[in-house]
Design a protein around this ligand. Structure first.
Ligand SMILES: Cc1cc2nc3c(=O)[nH]c(=O)nc-3n(C[C@H](O)[C@H](O)[C@H](O)COP(=O)(O)O)c2cc1C
Length: 172
């Protein structure tokens, strides 16, 4: 089976989670991992799509929230141009009932409602994907991170679990 992991990240936290998920998947699948601006505009020839990004303003990032993120750091942002919101809107998915799952990162404290992964899941469902594992959130400490201890390991296990869920035949 082939999987594609598409991620958006400002300060590198979601990127690190995406890489850990990809390693978990790679234990039983062929995996390609792409930053969202390099992701294809047509999805074909894969069996699993995984999409993740940072939670901004209770959902997926927008140009103005990415602008706000830019002001939080003196380093370059990982995702400088588009976010998963724009990519999902534009992408054409040519695989019927493609297995799919989403993830996000968000601040641990204070706990805030909303998650980019849930919003992404809803939009992807409308494009005909089949959600095989519930959207997952990974926590960061403060706006720019770092990740909370143990989240990279949890992401690796989530990737392994996701690979197993995607391997279950439709209707099983
Ligand atoms: C403009 C902006 C809005 C944010 N809004 C939320 C929010 O609504 N809820 C939340 O839990 N975290 C929020 N955060 C924190 C981000 O989720 C955090 O920066 C992200 O998880 C870090 O991942 P990254 O390094 O991959 O960008 C916000 C961050 C920014 C920059």
């Amino acid at each position: 089976m082939r999987a594609l992991v598409v991620y958006e990240s400002m300060f590198g936290n979601t990127q690190a989670i995406a890489e850990s998920i990809a390693k978990g998947l790679a234990e039983s699948m062929d995996v390609e991992i792409l930053e969202v601006s390099s992701a294809p505009s047509v999805i074909a020839d894969i069996e699993l799509l995984v999409v993740g990004g940072p939670t901004h303003q209770f959902g997926m990032s927008r140009p103005q929230s990415r602008e706000a993120a830019f002001k939080e750091t003196d380093k370059a942002l990982v995702s400088e141009s588009i976010g998963i919101r724009e990519w999902i809107k534009a992408v054409r998915i040519d695989v019927p009932a493609l297995a799919c799952s989403t993830f996000d990162t968000k601040v641990e404290k204070p706990p805030l409602p909303g998650a980019a992964s849930k919003k992404a899941e809803k939009k992807l469902r409308k494009k005909g994907v089949r959600i095989v594992l519930e959207a997952e959130t990974f926590d960061v400490d403060g706006m720019t991170g770092p990740l909370i201890d143990g989240e990279l390991e949890r992401a690796h296990v989530w990737g392994e679990t996701l690979a197993s869920a995607a391997a279950v035949p439709t209707g099983a």
